[in-house]
Design a protein around this ligand. Sequence first.
Ligand SMILES: Cc1ncc(C[n+]2csc(CCOP(=O)(O)OP(=O)(O)O)c2C)c(N)n1
Length: 326
Amino acid sequence: MPELTLVEAINLALGRAMADDPDVVVLGEDVGVNGGVFRATVGLQERFGPERVLDTPLAELLISGLCVGMAAQGLKPVGEIQFMGFIYPCLDQLVNHASRLRNRTQGRLTCPMVLRTPHGAGIRAPEHHSESTEAMLAHIPGLRVVVPSSPERAYGLLLAAIRDPDPVVFLEPTRLYRAVKGEVEDNGEALPMDRAFVEREGRDVTLISWGAMLKETMAAADALADEGIAAEVIDLATLKPYDENTVLRSVTKTGRCVIVHEAAHTGGFGAEIAAMIAERGLSSLLAPVTRVTGYDTIIPMARLEQRYMPSVGRIVTAARKAQQYN
Ligand SMILES: Cc1ncc(C[n+]2csc(CCOP(=O)(O)OP(=O)(O)O)c2C)c(N)n1
């Protein structure tokens, strides 16, 4: 099985989906001749032609609008937005059209589109290039939100997203694009888009994260193990709809939970998980659910970026603190 980077796994899944289904088309800024700003679509236009791999003008609202129109007419468009900070013009199409097409037409039309975009900070880029506003998207009824954390999951979840009859926003962890490698078999098998993955089992505290922050969260679990604290780590992977049962099963076992995300603190997706645990799992808690997150600021420029991001140390401290309640 070949070892691929995460961006290579995405490229492989796109190629596989296009080869399997002539309705799958790719569009975005520089996705064709250039192969995409991160090279996720490299080689696809040569392989499938300019009618299925379209270079668009620099206009994100247009990209998302084209996706909605194509999807409503039976195609399966995969749009690329170069950075998450440029996704906001797409909200009109996502909120007002993509997410409610099925409902509006009483099921006569669905909107099988995928909007892919890099997610998160850590590549020393200026503002607009480091966003992680997944909670905003997860709030939109009718939209699925997926954030893979490894090449294997990127491949399987992207295939699932493309095959899904409803719109999916697929958030790709930018700083992992080339920083991780994993074995990916091009077997065309999708991963379920409603299941969390238990990355590591433990009985003392549940650590929940997704996307690039999984790396720091796993490193924190290693550090905690050295102190005799066994952390269970969950990769949420799909944020909407997310796998509440896997979260509850784990928290019932450990009684403690720390949620880790790099998005800003207030209204982040961690708040949703904490509320769900309070509603459905309060009696199993031995300590308050806490969050280790970014701050309520614009993500700072390169020099301070690492201060903004949740560090291994901050996660370890939060998990340690949870042990103090008995
Ligand atoms: C709204 C928005 N979308 C995407 C980008 C990312 N981006 C930066 S430069 C660039 C290419 C611009 O090409 P062009 O307008 O031809 O100008 P050039 O730099 O090639 O002269 C893109 C897509 C951006 N800065 N802003």
